[in-house]
Design a protein around this ligand. Structure first.
Ligand SMILES: Cc1cc2nc3c(=O)[nH]c(=O)nc-3n(C[C@H](O)[C@H](O)[C@H](O)COP(=O)(O)O)c2cc1C
Ligand SMILES: C=C(O[C@@H]1CC(C(=O)O)=C[C@@H](OP(=O)(O)O)[C@H]1O)C(=O)O
Length: 393
């Protein structure tokens, strides 16, 4: 499977093309829309999300609710586009419009964004040409692709969920959700204001977001993605670029504003002895090989072990602040202090949805690379056979 996204934040629409999906897989726009709606939610988002009502249109690759094996095209219209047609027009400007009025809008790069270096790299003196594509609006399409991937994984008995474990230094207590099934975890998160599974922490996180918003500042946090039901042996130790942990880390770090990744106990491993980190191996007839603990987060030697995969990512606080930071105008070279119209004070809950989807996409892609995946039922049979083989190994 391969995919590509296109589209500017305030352009007419966002597009994704996915190629390599098996035929005969159930897929409807509704399955994708449910996830797009979750990405738009979560306490702490700014005014843009009140304008957009993200809904996908499937315009190729699916017929009567099933994939055909041909490329799937997904589009989401930007409702905000109607306010930006002059500034973001694709056609050359009419002669009576002064290009300086519409094109040279942004000469003041925002610290923490792609603006300055993107401008240098592509030779844009109107930094709008950078920010339109570097915006996290693009994550809409990565959630749409991930929703397709999740649907693929679900049909193989593999489930993915993500939840928020920290915002602005307020952490969840893992005991609050340690015994929950993935379905129970999902049900709690979907009802929670900040997509968090610890009710006490959620109240505190929500208050922290309100407080930071009043102060014109922003907050980051940590999200955790869990994949359950994945068979052992996805990924490989034989070549560096086939390692599954590397691929998942790359996917997590590809999300706007994500600055770190950990697997299982992650950075805490630095302070622990090996005997408290590694997971002993057991076998019984019902489960086959399993681990009594899962401190390595379901990955060993660049391969899935069959235990739940646990990957966390840290999101920095949103860089556009109402309490602005100092920068330099690229035309005058004079320092200035930026003013802004709108921004998200905290997008960690929304980003947890993005994380869930990019990780699911990477896992779906790896499975399609490991098994013959022209038809969904053929793949289902092969995976079932493989699960039996590894159980008895
Ligand atoms: C869901 C989501 C929403 C975001 N919303 C905003 C926002 O409203 N304002 C902003 O300045 N940055 C926002 N960001 C972060 C920027 O897109 C990101 O910091 C910027 O593109 C620079 O990339 P980098 O932080 O990865 O270096 C958001 C990120 C995500 C994942
Ligand atoms: C549009 C989305 O997020 C946007 C991501 C974003 C940024 O700089 O990354 C800036 C804001 O956009 P705008 O400049 O239009 O207010 C966010 O709303 C979205 O998530 O769909």
């Amino acid at each position: 499977m391969r995919y590509i996204t296109a589209g500017e934040s305030h352009g007419p629409q966002l597009t994704a093309i996915i190629e390599g999906l098996p035929a005969q897989m159930e897929l409807t726009a509704e399955m994708i829309n449910k996830e797009l709606k979750r990405r738009q939610g979560g306490h702490g988002r700014g005014r843009r999300m009140q304008i957009e009502k993200d809904r996908v249109e499937i315009s190729s690759g699916v017929r009567h609710g099933k994939t055909m094996g041909s490329p799937v095209t997904l589009t989401v219209v930007n409702d905000d586009w109607k306010h930006w047609t002059g500034i973001m027009g694709v056609e050359p400007l009419p002669e009576d419009v002064n290009p300086e009025d519409v094109k040279r809008q942004i000469t003041r790069p925002r610290p923490g964004h792609a603006d300055l270096v993107g401008g240098m790299k592509y030779g844009h003196r109107d930094l709008r040409n950078v920010l339109e594509r570097s915006s996290a609006r693009e994550t809409t399409m990565r959630v749409a692709i991930g929703a397709v991937a999740k649907q693929f994984l679900r049909q193989l008995g593999i489930e993915t969920v993500a939840h928020v474990t920290e915002i602005g230094g307020i952490k969840t207590d893992p005991a609050a959700y340690a015994d929950l099934s993935i379905e129970e975890l999902r049900a709690i998160i979907e009802e929670d204001a900040v997509y968090c599974a610890d009710a006490d922490a959620s109240v505190k996180m929500t208050a922290a977001i309100d407080d930071i918003k009043k102060r014109g500042d922003t907050l980051g946090g940590v999200v955790e993605v869990i994949i359950e039901g994945c068979p052992p042996g996805i990924g490989s130790y034989v070549q560096f670029d086939r390692k599954m942990d590397g691929k998942l880390a790359g996917a997590m770090m590809s999300i706007n504003a994500f600055k770190g990744v950990e697997v299982g106990l992650g950075f805490d491993m630095a302070k622990m002895p090996g005997s408290e980190v590694h997971d002993e191996i057991s076998w019984n007839e019902e489960l086959g090989y399993y681990r009594k603990s899962n401190r390595l987060g379901g990955l060993e030697g660049g391969m899935t072990t069959g235990m739940p995969i646990v990957v966390r990512g840290v999101m920095k606080p949103i860089p556009t602040l109402y309490k602005p930071l100092e920068s330099v105008d690229i035309d005058t070279k004079e320092p200035f202090v930026a003013t802004i119209e709108r921004s998200d004070p905290c997008a960690v809950p929304a980003a947890s949805v993005v994380a869930e989807h990019v990780i699911a996409t990477e896992m779906a892609k790896a499975i399609m690379e490991e098994f013959r995946s022209d038809t969904m039922d053929g793949l289902q049979k092969d995976i079932e056979q493989y699960r039996q083989y590894v159980k008895e190994f």
